[in-house]
Write a protein that binds this ligand. Structure first.
Ligand code: FE2
Length: 180
């Protein structure tokens, strides 16, 4: 770790860059998973999902770059190998599976939610343990992006009138009482 005179000890910067490298690795896995579904998705919602996932992986590419560059700004080195990303990520890959569009959306919602939970914890650690409000603020922005992406994905399956097995769902057709 490069010596810097920015009011953080080497230990604090090490702690923060370790967290950032975990977030970087998860963002990379999520990028790969989103791209794979962008390629594989079929069905009546093909065009919408294909386009939404392109927007998401474009946004993820930008945040990956921002996370890696923040590691450098704090004097550390970002993870930069496929092996490293797999080692530090909390998300898991599911090779060899071809879910339908509904389950693809469900899987990505669950991955984004996991990233949001990790980021929420990392934000607290940056402030409480490492005295780095700058990174806490940076990760807060990142968390809000994931919250928005998760909401967009959820909106595809919430209120769905056709279940993945083709059955009509009565629940999906109901209008919530407070919306009548
Ligand atoms: Fe594409």
């Amino acid at each position: 770790m490069r010596p810097l005179n920015i009011g953080l000890t080497e230990e604090q910067r090490q702690g923060v860059t370790d967290l950032l490298n975990k977030d970087l690795s998860d963002a990379y896995l999520l990028l790969i998973k989103t791209k794979k579904y962008h390629w594989d998705v079929v069905g009546p919602q093909f065009r919408s999902l294909h386009q939404l996932w392109e927007e998401h992986y474009t946004a993820l590419t930008e945040s990956i770059d921002a996370i890696a560059e923040r590691v450098r700004a704090l004097g550390g080195y970002p993870v930069g190998t496929a092996e490293g990303f797999l080692k530090y990520a909390s998300l898991k890959e599911d090779p060899g599976t071809l879910p339908n569009a509904f389950h693809m959306v469900e899987n990505l919602v669950s991955d984004h939610e996991q990233v949001i939970r990790n980021l929420r914890e990392h934000i607290d650690q940056c402030g409480d343990d490492f005295h780095d409000q700058g990174t806490a603020d940076f990760l807060t922005g990142l968390m809000e992006q994931h919250e928005q992406m998760a909401w967009m994905l959820r909106s595809f399956i919430e209120g769905e009138s056709i279940q993945p097995d083709g059955r009509l769902s009565a629940e999906g057709l109901k209008v919530p009482v407070n919306m009548k």
